[in-house]
Design a binder for this molecule. Structure first.
Ligand code: PHE
Length: 344
């Protein structure tokens, strides 16, 4: 029966040692020492076979009781230590410290301007549509009044895939695609990428355009002028002046290029006592091409003679450069985060 006493002493001894174990690590060491495979309890139990058979059940039961009691003591001490550790951490936690700000992405300036422009036009009732970047010769040229051998095809150095398949050089083919599938009246705006075999300081092989097209009975150049003036003032401010210069496009007649008063010098031609670098001293900058849809385009899509319409096409990077004062086209494609972050 000595063993029963030894077993019960083990509980008392454990209580004593538990009070000194003040970290979860020290507690684990203690647990291995007492309840481990070669621990104190196991050692005591190893004497069991040496006992007279009639004593064994009593000692065995005592051993089980002690084991459970010890395990419970360990659990208690363990939760007490964890709670203490947490309470301690809380006293050192300063909720007034500024947090670490997460990295924030920002929209690319081309995306921002595209969304802004589309927003202005949808506000006027236009609908946003799109078309393929890999295009057929028919939609990019032929239906736009540029038959094979037409000299205007050379205005745009085209990237060909096959003889009849190419990378679209402008968003104007979507005019044709839209009219070929829908009847007038319609008012659409087409943002998208376009491609030209051109690469220098002011040209990149891919850039972005936004095309506009409105067709109905009785659409005149006055509608074109009013729509574009409203658009320009929404983007560049209500004081911006707009000027239409006669121009030529095979798919519009008459055609015009639109200039706006320079956003850097305000149209004066001089900035900080020097000739303005944005408008080169003229006070005007070109922002888009436009005109009245040529009857040849209407007949390619079998539209009735009674309709008329206007179309325009503008370069998104160009608008972004003017609006944000970006001097170098390459900025748009290098994706330097120091540049991009400024648009967050
Ligand atoms: N597609 C012409 C270009 O890329 C722009 C344009 C569009 C002109 C619509 C007139 C009408 O330069």
């Amino acid at each position: 029966m000595d063993l029963v006493v030894t077993l019960e002493n083990l509980v008392e001894e454990l209580k004593e040692r538990l009070s000194k174990a003040d970290t979860p690590e020290a507690l684990e060491d203690l647990r291995v020492d007492v309840l481990g495979r070669k621990g104190r309890l196991a050692q005591i139990i190893s004497h069991l076979p040496a006992l007279p058979p009639e004593d064994r059940p009593v000692v065995g039961q005592a051993a089980n009781r002690v084991k459970e009691r010890c395990a419970a003591l360990f659990r208690e001490r363990h939760s007490a230590l964890l709670a203490a550790r947490e309470a301690d951490a809380l006293t050192r936690f300063d909720p007034t410290l500024p947090g670490r700000a997460p990295w924030r992405g920002s929209l690319h300036p081309v995306t921002l301007i595209t969304e802004e422009i589309c927003g202005i036009f949808t506000g006027m009732g236009f609908e946003v549509v799109s078309g393929p970047e890999v295009e057929n010769d028919y939609y990019n040229f032929e239906a736009l009044n540029m038959p094979p051998e037409h000299p205007a095809r050379d205005m745009q150095d085209t990237l060909y895939i096959t003889e009849k398949v190419l990378m679209r050089t402008h968003t104007s083919p979507v005019q044709v695609r839209t009219m070929a599938t829908r009847a007038a009246p319609l008012a659409v705006i087409v943002p998208g990428k376009v491609y030209r075999r051109d690469s220098d300081l002011t040209h990149t092989p891919m850039f972005h355009q936004i095309e506009g097209l409105m067709v109905d009975n009785g659409i005149t150049m006055a509608h074109l002028r009013g729509t574009l003036t409203a658009f320009v003032r929404a983007v560049f401010g209500f004081r911006t002046q707009v000027r239409f210069r006669p121009s030529f496009f095979p798919f519009t007649e008459p055609s015009a290029e639109v200039d706006i008063s320079c956003c850097l010098c305000g149209g004066k031609g001089r900035h900080k006592d020097e000739s303005c670098r944005v408008c080169k001293g003229t006070g005007w900058v070109e922002i888009l091409g436009c005109g009245m849809v040529d009857p040849a385009v209407f007949s390619a899509v079998n539209y009735p003679d009674r309709v008329s319409g206007f179309a325009f096409g503008l370069g998104v990077e160009r608008v972004a450069m003017l609006k944000y004062g970006i001097g170098d086209l390459r900025m748009f494609f290098e994706n330097d985060v120091r540049f991009l972050r400024q648009f967050a």
